[in-house]
Design a protein around this ligand. Structure first.
Ligand code: SF4
Length: 354
């Protein structure tokens, strides 16, 4: 088994990444090692020239295409926006009372509404749904949704209740056939985490991630970009996710919600998100890398695909019975538009045709 070639010297040397990729394909590098060292990843974050961007996107897309024959599409059911975290996360426009652009009014949807949403998503041909709830239910609300979705559809299910899960609720979800549990750390820079999420503890989120892996469930855990973290913070975060043996990484660029304490903080550009996705793809060649449409901007998701993303999330079919607003931004991606944009790049959307 070879070790990957590190250190590019002063100039970016993409041929070294290509040579590492060839070794990976030849079975001489373990896929878990990835294709970059910490120094390489940091250097890639510093690129500023279009020539380097094109080379980066080209190799990242090649790596994605080698492992992923189709682009996954994930839809959404929001179960409740009544969040007991206090004070609220500074960027949040999802929880009731945080942003008039968001849901604002408190809601908790009924079993019937969950069932109707799930059946509509299933009928649209989408194969996967994310069911998420705000905090304060110890996993009870996402467990309720999981049972209903699995009883009524063939959808793969991801649940996201952040750190609001107990070991018991995770064990129960395993019993009911959960596919993926998402718990985003957002940033592993402790001071920054405390600043933007004053009502939460980073350690609680890490604990949930470890429990998910303990029960051999797919772990999704992502980064929130452009909230004050440095490139080194991002790379350290990614290396920490490697230690956790993460299975999916959502890359979410900050996109401000009006009325929140961060409404005047600048949004993270689509280019910065795509660059980060590409670096993640080179560090984690074979995992699911997710770009939620509200964070990159639904009309800009082709940047994410060129960066090597393999899953587009918060995609809403025309027949979805609920008015879904994104967690990072009220706008969501329409299924027909998303399929068209995937095909425009010569990629294949994963969609059931029956
Ligand atoms: S981001 Fe999640 S935990 Fe934070 S306030 Fe919003 S709903 Fe609550």
């Amino acid at each position: 088994m070879k070790t990957i070639i590190y250190s590019f010297g002063d100039a970016m040397n993409f041929s070294k990444i290509k040579s590492n990729f060839q070794d990976l394909k030849n079975g001489e590098i373990d896929v878990k090692q990835g294709l970059l060292s910490k120094e390489d990843a940091l250097k890639l974050f510093e690129i500023t020239h279009w020539k380097d961007y094109l080379k980066l996107f080209s190799i990242a897309s090649e790596v994605r295409d080698y492992f992923k024959k189709e682009i996954e599409i994930t839809s959404t059911i929001h179960i409740t926006n009544i969040c007991k975290v206090h004070p609220k996360c500074l960027y949040c426009g999802f929880a009731s009372g945080t942003s008039k652009e968001g849901y604002y009014t408190p809601f908790k949807i009924s079993d019937e509404e969950i069932k109707n949403s799930a059946i509509a998503i299933d009928k649209s041909g989408i194969c996967r749904v994310s069911c998420s709830s705000a905090h304060g239910y110890e996993g009870g609300e996402v467990l309720r949704a999981l049972k209903i979705v699995k009883e009524n559809t063939n959808l793969e299910v991801l649940v996201n209740a952040g750190a609001d899960l107990t070991e018991e609720s995770i064990k129960e979800m395993k019993k009911y056939g959960i596919d993926t549990i998402c718990c985003n750390l957002e940033t592993t820079n402790k001071e920054l985490f405390k600043k933007i999420k004053p009502g939460e503890e980073l350690e609680d989120r890490i604990e949930v991630c470890k429990l998910v892996k303990k029960y051999d469930i797919e772990l999704s855990s992502g980064l929130l970009l452009g909230v004050g973290e440095s490139h080194e913070d991002r790379v350290n975060h990614l290396l920490f996710l490697k230690e956790l043996d993460v299975d999916e990484i959502p890359i979410m660029g900050f996109n401000p919600y009006k009325g929140t304490p961060m409404e005047n903080h600048p949004r993270c550009s689509s280019l910065e998100q795509a660059k980060t996705i590409a670096i993640v793809r080179l560090m984690f060649p074979d995992i699911r890398i997710t770009s939620p449409t509200p964070t990159i901007g639904a009309e800009l998701m082709q940047f994410a695909l060129m960066g090597g993303a393999s899953n587009i999330a918060t995609v809403i079919p025309d027949n979805h019975p609920m008015n879904i607003k994104g967690v990072g931004n009220p706008k969501t991606g329409n299924l027909k538009d998303v399929i068209r944009m995937i095909k425009e790049l010569g990629l294949k959307p994963k969609i059931r045709m029956d």
